[in-house]
Ligand binder design. Structure first.
Ligand code: UDP
Length: 368
C-alpha cells in the first residue's frame, strides 16, 4: 500500500480532543498534512472540545449506539477505522491515552501495516480493574505502538519495564499543559466570587455503583456548610440520576458539560478540586489548585509527588474530612497550592510533532 504521507489523528472522547488539539496545531505548523478523525465515542463533546482550538474534524464515524457495550464499540470501531485507513492510507496514525477508540485505532493501524504513535504512553495503575477499561487499553496499545510519547520520566520507566526499547520512547511532557496554557492565555480576567469554589468532576466507570453515592453524599454535606459553592459539570456518560442528592442543595450547581475555556476558568478560580478524572488532576497540578482524588489510586503519581494532589479514596467520611481540612486550615491549603511543571512545561506538542516530522522525512529520504 503506497502511503499518502499524511498523519491521521484519531480522537474518540473529550480528553483526547483536548490533549491532541495542540499536537494537530503543531503538526500543521510544521506543514505536515494532518487529518483528524472522530470515532464519535463522545458524540458531541469531542467536536466541541476541538472547536476553541479552531480545529474541525475531517471525518466522523459516529459509532455510538444506545446501550452499546465496550466490546461492541471496539468491534465497530476497528471495522470502521480499517475502512477509513484503507481509503486514506496515512503514513502514521496517532492515538492518545487509554480509550476504546485509541485501542481500536492502534489495532486497525497495525493490521494495515501503518506505524502507530501513542501520545501519553506509559501511565500505569498496575491494576487491570481500575481505571476500567483504561488500564487494559493503554497496556495493549503499548504492545502495538511504534513510537511511545511518555509524558513523564516515570511513564518511561513503566514502558522500559515492559520491554519497550529506549529508542522508541520520547519523554515530552503531557500535551494537556499545552492546551491549558493556550486556553488560559485567551481567557478574560476573572471576576472575584463571594464564596470559595469547589470544582468537582466524576465519571469513572468503576466508581459508579458503590462509590458515587459516597462521593455525592460528601459533596452535598460540604455544600450545606453555606460558605462554599460546589460546581459539578455532569458527564454525559453517567446516568443523570446519580447526581440527584446534589440537586436539592442551593449551594451546589449541577451544570451541563462545560466548554473547555469555561472549565479552565472555573479550575483557575477554584479553591480546591474533588475529582476522579485523569486530565483534571493534571491540569490542577499545573495550576497549583489543591486536588482531592476520589479514587483508590492514581496512575499519575507526579501530581502527588508535586504536592498538589492527595488520593483520598471514595468513602464519604474521608472525603468530608479532607475537604474540611483544606477549607478550614489555611496552612494545609497553602502547602498544596503550588503550581508544578512535573506534568509538562507546555511544549510537549512541539516535541512530538518534531519527532514525527523527522520520522516522516527520514522515511522519504532515498537510501544512500
Ligand atoms: N473538561 C471540560 N469540561 C467539563 C469537564 C471537564 O472541558 O465540563 C475537561 C477537563 O479540563 C479535562 C478533560 O475534560 O481536560 C477531562 O476529561 P474527563 O474527566 O472526562 O476524562 P479523563 O481525563 O478522566 O480521561
Amino acid at each position: 500500500m503506497t502511503s499518502s504521507g499524511t498523519v491521521m489523528v484519531i480522537i474518540g472522547t473529550r480528553p483526547e480532543a483536548i490533549k491532541l488539539a495542540p499536537l494537530v496545531l503543531a503538526l500543521r505548523a510544521l506543514e505536515l498534512p494532518t487529518r483528524v478523525c472522530l470515532t464519535g465515542q463522545h458524540p458531541e463533546m469531542a467536536a466541541e472540545a476541538l472547536d476553541p482550538f479552531g480545529i474541525a474534524a475531517d471525518a466522523n464515524l459516529a459509532l455510538m449506539r444506545p446501550g452499546q457495550s465496550l466490546s461492541e464499540l471496539t468491534e465497530r470501531a476497528v471495522g470502521a477505522l480499517a475502512l477509513l485507513l484503507a481509503r486514506e492510507r496515512p503514513a502514521w496514525v496517532v492515538v492518545q491515552g487509554d480509550t476504546t477508540s485509541a485501542l481500536a485505532g492502534a489495532i486497525a493501524a497495525r493490521q494495515a501495516g501503518i506505524p502507530v504513535a501513542h501520545v501519553e504512553a506509559g501511565l500505569r495503575s498496575f491494576d487491570l480493574s481500575q481505571p476500567y477499561p483504561e488500564e487494559i487499553n493503554r497496556t495493549l496499545i503499548a504492545r502495538l505502538a511504534t513510537l511511545h510519547f511518555a509524558p513523564t520520566p516515570g511513564a518511561r520507566v513503566n514502558l522500559r519495564a515492559e520491554g519497550v526499547p529506549d529508542a522508541a520512547i520520547a519523554v515530552t511532557g503531557n500535551t494537556v499543559v499545552d492546551a491549558l496554557h493556550r486556553t488560559l492565555r485567551d481567557l478574560p480576567p476573572a471576576v472575584p466570587a463571594d464564596r470559595r469554589l469547589i470544582l468537582a468532576t466524576l465519571h469513572r466507570r468503576e466508581n459508579r455503583e458503590a462509590a458515587f453515592p459516597e462521593i455525592i453524599g460528601a459533596l452535598a454535606a460540604i455544600a450545606a456548610r453555606g460558605d462554599v459553592e460546589v460546581l459539578l459539570p455532569r458527564h454525559p456518560g453517567c446516568p443523570p440520576g446519580i447526581y440527584a442528592p446534589l440537586e436539592a442543595c442551593p449551594a451546589a450547581r449541577l451544570v451541563p458539560p462545560m466548554p473547555y475555556p469555561a472549565f479552565v476558568a472555573a479550575l483557575a478560580a477554584a479553591h480546591l478540586v474533588v475529582t476522579d478524572s485523569g486530565g483534571v488532576q493534571e491540569e490542577a497540578s499545573a495550576l497549583g489548585v489543591p486536588t482531592l482524588v476520589v479514587r483508590a489510586l492514581t496512575e499519575r503519581p507526579e501530581v502527588v509527588e508535586a504536592g498538589t494532589a492527595l488520593v483520598v479514596d471514595t468513602a464519604r467520611g474521608g472525603i468530608l474530612a479532607a475537604v474540611t481540612r483544606l477549607l478550614d486550615d489555611d496552612e494545609a491549603h497553602r502547602r498544596m497550592a503550588n503550581a508544578s511543571t512535573r506534568i509538562g512545561d507546555g511544549k510537549a506538542a512541539e516535541r512530538i510533532a518534531r519527532r514525527l516530522h523527522d520520522e516522516l522525512h527520514a522515511a522519504r529520504r532515498p537510501a544512500a
